[in-house]
Design a binder for this molecule. Structure first.
Ligand SMILES: NC(=O)c1ccc[n+]([C@@H]2O[C@H](COP(=O)([O-])OP(=O)(O)OC[C@H]3O[C@@H](n4cnc5c(N)ncnc54)[C@H](O)[C@@H]3O)[C@@H](O)[C@H]2O)c1
Length: 333
């Protein structure tokens, strides 16, 4: 019998399998895979030699199971997380935390009443480029961020060939570019520049075949601290690229995932000073995230997204839909 803690992965679809593999590879925990589709469970057991269960409540009765990763589609995240925290387990919840604010107060109360950690799995917190850029900005060398932009996209059919057959096709299941992809950039920006006060959103279905949800989003936002922020994303462009830039009174900071680098340019300097970071590949950030989460369960400080940030990202998504519906600028309460 091993003395390692056990992490239960609820939902072993696309992202659940990735978490299962990366948690197992940390060597710091045992992993149980849970899914309500028997074929998936058989696949997890064969590929990764892990224990499996069709019922997450039953699996949590294992006394060694002290942490859960929730990888089901978004509509079930809040109710599962609330039960998990009440049962006394640490909790890492996939994004988006939810599609509305139902149950958020009960979830927050369950977290506050527990002595467990609860994080939302926004994986940008586990990438080297934003961590380095944030540390530089937080040093105050250039002063506060006054304007920022994020421009990015990828060819979704290449990265998620099954996009027509999954939750992505339906807003009510967490689909569309706002809830599925842009939410990563929104949380990343809010992590660095603070919560958003108001926004205007334009979005539509432009290109992706076989779906009707929006694949293209532009947002102009104002942070609570007064920074003006623009977001641009589409899911059909050929390059798989993300560029994020922060402009302060004394200089600018930028990072580019596709070039694995971040840089700064002080006013008066001739050119960017670039710092390269180790390329992590597709699994790499999830490996960092798994180790961060295990650190958090051991009481160590980590940069993982908080539950409150996850709630704020839901408010942001709801404001985007309201802005599209009304054609107006929306204040986030
Ligand atoms: N962080 C990322 O980069 C990233 C990437 C992809 C998906 N996601 C998010 O992760 C979540 C899941 O996405 P996905 O692409 O893996 O979806 P998916 O459909 O591939 O997998 C979901 C799995 O959950 C299982 N499931 C559903 N209800 C269950 C229950 N009650 N008990 C046990 N298993 C259950 C399903 O059978 C399915 O296998 C979504 O919220 C999505 O937005 C995050």
């Amino acid at each position: 019998m091993s003395n390692l803690p056990t992490v239960l992965i609820i939902g072993c679809g696309s992202i659940g399998e990735r978490h299962l593999r990366n948690f197992k590879e940390t060597g710091r925990c045992q992993v149980i895979g849970c899914d309500n589709r028997p074929a998936i469970l058989a696949d997890m057991a064969e590929k990764y030699q892990v224990e499996t269960s069709a019922d997450w409540k039953q699996a949590m009765e294992n006394p060694a199971c002290n942490a859960v990763v929730i990888c089901t589609p978004a509509p079930s995240h809040v109710s599962i997380a609330t039960e998990v925290l009440k049962a006394g387990s640490h909790c890492l919840i996939e994004k988006p935390l939810s599609l509305n604010l139902d149950g958020m107060d009960e979830l927050t109360a369950a977290h506050q009443a527990s002595d467990r950690v609860c994080h939302v799995a926004y994986v940008n917190h586990s990438r080297h480029e934003p961590r380095a850029a944030k540390a530089f900005l937080d040093s105050g060398a250039f002063g506060p961020v006054r304007a920022a932009s994020t421009v990015g996209g990828q060819h979704f059919p290449t990265f998620r060939p099954a996009y027509r057959e999954i939750y992505y096709t339906d807003h009510a299941q967490g689909g569309g570019a706002i809830q599925d992809a842009m939410t990563h950039m929104v949380n990343l920006m809010e992590w660095i520049t603070g919560p958003t006060a108001s926004l205007f959103c334009e979005a539509d279905h432009q290109v992706l075949s076989g779906v009707e949800v929006e694949d293209t989003v532009s947002i102009i936002a104002r942070s609570q601290d007064g920074a003006i922020i623009s977001y641009n994303l589409n899911q059909f462009q050929s390059p798989n690229e993300v560029t994020v830039q922060f402009n302060c009174e004394k200089g600018s900071v930028k990072f580019e995932y596709h070039n694995c680098r971040w840089g700064h340019l002080a006013h008066g300097a001739e050119d960017w000073t670039w710092e390269s970071v180790e390329p992590l590949g597709r699994d790499g950030p999830f490996s960092v995230q798994a180790n961060d989460f295990l650190d958090a369960t051991e009481g160590k400080a980590t940069p993982l997204a908080t539950l409150e940030e996850g709630v704020q990202a839901v408010r942001f998504n709801l404001a985007c839909f309201e802005s599209i519906r009304t054609g107006s600028r929306i204040t986030i309460k």
